[in-house]
Design a protein around this ligand. Sequence first.
Ligand code: ASP
Length: 279
Amino acid sequence: MLPVIVVHGGAGHIPRERSEKSMSGVCYAARAGYSLLQGGASSMDAVVEAVIQMENDPHFNAGRGSVLNVKGDVEMDALVMDGKTLASGAVSAVRNIANPVQLARLVMDKTSHACLTAEGASKFARAVGIPEVSQESLITEYARMRWTKNLAPDANPVESQMGKMGTVGAVAVDREGNIACATSTGGMLNKMEGRVGDTPCIGSGGYADNQTGAVSTTGHGEAIMKVTLARLILFHMEQGQTVEAASDVGLAYMKSRVGGLGGVVTVDPQGGWGARFNS
Ligand code: ASP
């Protein structure tokens, strides 16, 4: 069955006029990751490549196309995790870079830390030669329109996002049986400055362990963190549930326990996979 890659471009209702573009974006990303895997690349290389493709695609809430915070700025979160060593790398509330997932991987590969945030993450990006890009280049007209709409005093940004989440992520198993995950997001619409969601938090936005499998999540970050959704699903797999059943049980628990909606992509070490959502 190996190798396998599963990607997501967020869970929720995608407006009709955007669905074709979203669909072609996830297909393109899956193919980019899969062709690396077929050529013998690692699952880590594959998930990072797939996520970079979706960060570069303005139809997703990651990289260019990210939602805006309440001030109208882009602050992004990303995570990678390597299931062989349990090494992980993350960045949170990072600005002015095109591909936060690439920076998360460098945090894993080149520092002794698991997460760098805000200005510290930017300094690290400069130190490792990642080019700075302008805020403007990350902001789409669609993101600005949704920001403006949600500035209204009676707006409900969380509700408004529930239908249209476009965080991106990927999980993969390579020919060697190594497993990895990657997740990247602009976060929640009109969030407070400095808000950090589930995405860069290990066990919430993603988790990978060669012994059990990998998960990348999307949905309301504050709810996902309450139940550590990625790790919860892997716990159910450790207890003998299939990929799909464990994913459904985890999502159902998040809904019944804290009223949270979301979606996940999941793989197991044999290459079994699932893409489940309740949003
Ligand atoms: N989980 C992300 C966050 O709360 C949002 C999303 O998945 O769309 O930052």
